[in-house]
Ligand binder design. Sequence first.
Ligand SMILES: Cc1cc2nc3c(=O)[nH]c(=O)nc-3n(C[C@H](O)[C@H](O)[C@H](O)COP(=O)(O)O)c2cc1C
Length: 350
Amino acid sequence: MFESLRVPVVAAPMAGGPSTPELVTSVVRAGGFGFLAGGYLTAATLADQIHKTRELAGETFGVNLFVPGVRSLVDVTSYADRLRGEADRYGVTLGAGRWDDDGYAAKLDLVVERRVPVVSFTFGTPLAADIERLHEARVTVVVTVTTPDEAREAAAAGADVLCVQGFEAGGHRAVFTDDASTDGGGPLLGLLSAIRLIGGETDLPLVAAGGLVHGADVAAVLSAGAVAAQLGTAFLRADEAGTNGTYRAALDAGGRATAITRAFSGRPARGMENRFLRENSAGAPAAYPQLNNITKPVRAAATAAGDPEAVSLWAGQTYPLSGSGPAGEIVAQLADEAREAASAAARRFG
Ligand SMILES: Cc1cc2nc3c(=O)[nH]c(=O)nc-3n(C[C@H](O)[C@H](O)[C@H](O)COP(=O)(O)O)c2cc1C
């Protein structure tokens, strides 16, 4: 699937609004590949999105799901107490700090039943039995990894493709084998090499993600052995993206550094720094999705008020270089830049 793309560019799944059937369709029509983001959606809403995407884009698309983790036993009440001031500021009540599995089983049944061509997973490796079910439905299975150990685990479970997510990436880290005190592996190029060097069982096609925003970045990861480049932040300001206005305005304004934080959701994720992130990152417990549920009303109220200071402004390290406009034009520009970068490198090596 990824090897035969006219343009080896993949629109990353971006849960929480940015991914839309229209964004996927424009990227596919420009020769790339696009993922819908199943995370946070009900199975019914995801079913509608799959139907719409199929009508518009045909069979060149995928769906991404969150693999539920083990229920963390960390006490989240003191963190919730810390956030009372945030709730007062935005005139809301904090959400309940409950664990949930994001409706995983129903969404897994849906993608099998609808025979979605490609299904990618983050936050974990699906059970080998579930991968078998997907294979029986002729679904290509992609597992997102952030370390060589995670690559081994995903390959052993039967993944067809690995999405290698570097430290630069925007949004949640896919990390699942490291303990809660770390954020997964390092920068993308080193990680690609480390995973390629394992060879053997893990010698699967690699899709590279994290901080890729220019065609030269796409050319670089292809040179490093990837079959395609997956870009998220580069599409956040595309016309077809569902990125809300408060978030878009913060991306447009720029001027903020990015940092990895657990403050919003309990899982490490990279976003633009704002007041909430600065004041609440230290000591935020590793309890996903409990923290995500607690902070949801605050994030929603801040978004509605146009106040970026308590919104999870997920963005990769290179977000200031991202463009805007129709997604198809973004893909076409990436392709032109990648061609130019690749031939410049080839000329340099004679
Ligand atoms: C707003 C946002 C939401 C994201 N949501 C998801 C998601 O639902 N599932 C997933 O596998 N990755 C998600 N990611 C991570 C992307 O798949 C990808 O790893 C990342 O965007 C690559 O880094 P970049 O943003 O610098 O291009 C998200 C990223 C962003 C920026």
